[in-house]
Design a protein around this ligand. Structure first.
Ligand code: GRG
Length: 305
């Protein structure tokens, strides 16, 4: 489902991701000193520095650079998006939510530190994310842009964002009548809105005009949805390969997925449309500077795991 061949020069996407992720990891490491009370800072660092692809922060830096900003302008915001993402994973893993024992190959926060500390680590990471942007964004960015970016992040996290997606997802558990519209609502809110905030905030802090901000917003929403459609497709094809059968576990389970609602071919067609629409939004930007976002959309569309 890759988009049309890129109008861009050679670009080593893997090297780009590794370089940017290393920069983000170093900044995240510095963002939480191991101060007293040790237990809470240890728990925050444990989850934040446990690996992960760093997709949201890298997208934030890429959007900032695409609109002509220096990445240092968006680095605190890039870290903030990863803090929010990490806290949402900690809370998602809790016994009262998904009740998971492992995350990123390690024991989940509540398994390692206990449920009380895991909840507090999530709360502290959420609070730090906003503090970090307000306190650490270089003073060369106008206060107006910083405030706009903070509002974007807040909206993506709260009851019109991640929290909305999670509560509707919980409510739809076991519901056999989940529609395509319901599924799209859940994925847009649980996944796409934070990706949107990462890209939109990167663009705002990098100095983008309003039209460019709206283009990258549409790009990110489509890529966020694409991420979940491909996830659903891989769940089916992976388990089909593992089982040596034609129907994978997600076609058989109760959970609503794109392959279940659209069929496997329909889901693949939808993924193709999304990657095409996402890349169209990049057409007006300098192709060299837009290359990372272009290749990112294609990476999401063609990933195999
Ligand atoms: C946000 C206040 C607040 C509370 C949390 C639990 C919850 C509300 C929301 C759930 C959010 C959630 C777990 C969404 C799934 C997001 C997703 C696509 C995760 C996988 O992201 P990757 O592949 O993971 O980027 P890595 O490990 O690479 O970072």
């Amino acid at each position: 489902v890759a988009a049309a061949p890129p109008p861009f020069p050679d670009f080593d996407f893997n090297a780009y991701m590794l370089t940017k992720a290393a920069l983000v990891n170093a900044a995240l490491d510095q963002s939480i000193p191991l101060a007293r009370p040790l237990k809470i800072h240890e728990a925050m660092r444990y989850s934040l520095l446990a690996g992960g692809k760093r997709v949201r922060p890298v997208l934030c830096l890429a959007a900032c650079e695409m609109v002509g900003g220096d990445q240092s302008l968006a680095l605190p915001m890039a870290c903030a998006t990863e803090m929010v993402h990490t806290m949402s994973l900690i809370h998602d893993d809790l016994p009262c939510m998904d009740d998971d024992d492992l995350r990123r190959g390690l024991p989940t926060s509540h398994k390692k530190y206990g449920e009380d500390t895991a909840i507090l680590a999530g709360d502290a990471l959420l609070s730090l994310s906003f503090e970090h942007v307000a306190a650490r964004t270089p003073s060369t960015v106008s206060p107006d842009r910083v405030v706009r970016a903070i509002a974007e992040l807040g909206s993506a996290v709260g009851s019109a964002g991640l929290v909305a997606g999670q509560i509707v997802d919980i409510a739809s558990e076991g519901d056999v009548d989940v529609t395509l519209e319901d599924l799209e609502y859940i994925h847009i809110h649980k996944t796409a809105r934070l990706l949107e905030a990462a890209v939109v905030c990167g663009a705002i802090l990098g100095g983008a005009d309003d039209e460019s901000v709206e283009k990258v917003r549409r790009y990110a929403l489509r890529v966020g949805l694409l991420f979940q459609v491909v996830d659903d497709i891989l769940d089916v094809t992976r388990s089909s390969e593992e089982l040596g059968k034609t129907a994978g576990k997600d076609l058989a389970s109760d959970k609503a997925t794109y392959p279940k609602l659209l069929g496997l071919d329909g889901a693949r067609r939808f993924a193709g449309e999304l990657v095409g629409q996402a890349c169209e939004e990049l057409a007006g930007f300098d192709p060299v500077k837009a290359a990372p976002l272009y290749h990112f959309a294609n990476y999401i569309a063609t990933r195999q795991n």
